[in-house]
Design a protein around this ligand. Structure first.
Ligand code: NAD
Ligand code: IPM
Ligand code: MN
Length: 397
């Protein structure tokens, strides 16, 4: 599979055609050879790196790949074994040039999850997952929160139309930078410092992304999005809070058609459970975004249903379900593959394959309605059966 696009690349180089890896890179010349003008290259398949990772990641990602193939998505895939097994074998988390290779050679990355009880430090997850987010500067974590069927929501009287919001999570700063240290370790005077890093650039670009998202993306029912809510803890974390508040006000003033709103993260958590109808676009920092999207996954039927994209507009981006590696249920063929499958649909849409993406979403919706699901959301199928059902359904569309 890799060799196929290596060949394409050689051909492209021969004729000085831009390869998709070169898109966005500065051109060395504005001059186009005559051949290029006469015979434009046929559209190349999108290239997707597949990194299943650990635990249930290794079960749900193959289902997502199966479903993308069934949908006829024009992609080429290459699989990478980064994860706990590899780390325990050769000590390598992500190879030294791994992130630049992904950036250079792929259009998108589909990831499962990282985390394994045999690696208690979680160092491989930190280096691979946070490594991709930080080193590839994937500064937006888009986490859509959509209820597919009323039966999946633990709240009374809540319908799919009531839960259709998106969390835009800052993905490269905050406490996740792991700045700080431990002094006088192991003594009664021990001090642990965990810094919360917030840069003007980082805060501004994520808030701007949220307003742009609100301005340009509709809801499932086709209606316009109208509100951006910033969630913070500026009553206690006053320094970072002040920066976020000032930038939110400034960027918001450039979007007079959008209503800016604010909630402290504690109050928001309560409101999300009390009445999820009130949310539209939520923008927040790295850690609050992590926490509230697990809560929001609960509204959608649990972690097995939640999708996400780690995005830098115009650059190779990475897509992963919100859930982790779930060690207690790993290897039992019971993990819900729909979060991973919906994540694949999100990735295809990002790659411009909207038709295939829509087919996959529609097939998952059918599966949910017909209870062709794993046990966590009320069905009695295994991981592979549920993925297989969606793949077959997609094929018939
Ligand atoms: P988790 O998401 O793995 O599991 C939380 C709960 O949800 C468990 O009860 C689990 O059984 C259930 N669950 C999760 N996904 C499911 C699915 N697809 N189908 C059915 N049930 C599902 O979170 P955790 O237990 O806190 O963490 C386990 C490991 O995963 C840890 O090492 C953690 O650091 C890691 N983790 C990794 C990622 C990632 O790589 N993106 C995300 C979250 C957690
Ligand atoms: C997530 C995960 C990660 C995070 C962990 C594994 C570091 O919980 O993607 O939601 O906190 O971002
Ligand atoms: Mn999380």
């Amino acid at each position: 599979m890799v060799s196929a696009f290596a060949t394409n690349k050689r051909v492209a180089r021969l004729f000085n055609w831009p390869t998709s890896a070169a898109r966005g890179a500065p051109r060395t010349t504005d001059h186009q050879p005559l051949l290029y003008a006469t015979f434009p290259p046929v559209a190349q398949k999108k290239r997707v790196a597949i990194i299943p990772g650990d635990g249930i990641g290794k079960e749900v990602i193959p289902e997502a790949v199966k479903v993308m193939a069934a949908a006829g998505a024009e992609i080429e895939t290459a699989q990478f074994d980064w994860g706990a097994d590899r780390y325990l074998t050769d000590g390598i988390t992500a190879p030294p040039d791994g992130f630049s290779m992904l950036q250079r050679d792929f259009d998108a990355i589909l990831v499962g999850a990282f985390g394994d009880p045999r690696v208690p430090t979680n160092i491989h997850a930190k280096e691979i997952l946070l490594g991709m987010r930080f080193q590839m500067d994937l500064y937006v974590n888009v986490r859509p929160v959509r209820l597919l069927d009323a039966a999946l929501c633990p709240l009374k009287g809540i319908e799919p139309k009531d839960v259709d919001f998106v969390v835009i999570r800052e993905n490269t700063e905050g406490v996740y930078t792991d700045a700080g240290g431990v002094f006088k370790r192991g003594t009664p005077d021990e001090i642990a410092i965990q810094e919360d890093i917030n840069t003007r650039k980082g805060v501004e670009r994520i808030i701007r992304y949220a307003f742009e998202f609100c301005a340009n993306r509709t809801k499932q029912d086709g209606s316009r999005r109208q509100r951006v809510l910033m969630c913070d803890k500026s009553n206690a974390m006053t320094h970072a809070g002040s920066l976020w508040q000032r930038v939110f006000k400034q960027v918001g003033s450039e979007y007079p058609q959008i209503k800016p709103q604010h909630m402290y993260v504690d109050a928001l958590s309560m409101q999300m459970v009390r009445d999820p109808r009130q949310f539209d676009v939520i923008v927040t920092n790295n850690m609050f975004g992590d926490i509230i999207t697990d809560l929001a996954a609960g509204l959608q039927g649990g972690l097995g249903m939640a999708a996400s994209g780690n995005i830098h507009p115009g650059k190779t981006s990475m897509f992963e379900p919100v859930h982790g590696s779930a060690p207690p249920i790993a290897g039992k063929d019971i993990a819900n593959p729909f979060g991973a499958i919906l994540t694949a649909a999100m990735m295809l849409n990002h790659l411009g394959l909207a038709r295939e993406s829509e087919k996959i979403e529609a097939a998952v919706l059918d599966a949910v309605r017909q209870k062709k699901t794993t046990q966590d959301i009320g069905g009695n199928l295994g991981t592979r059966e549920a993925g297989g059902w969606v793949a077959k359904r997609v094929q018939r569309m």
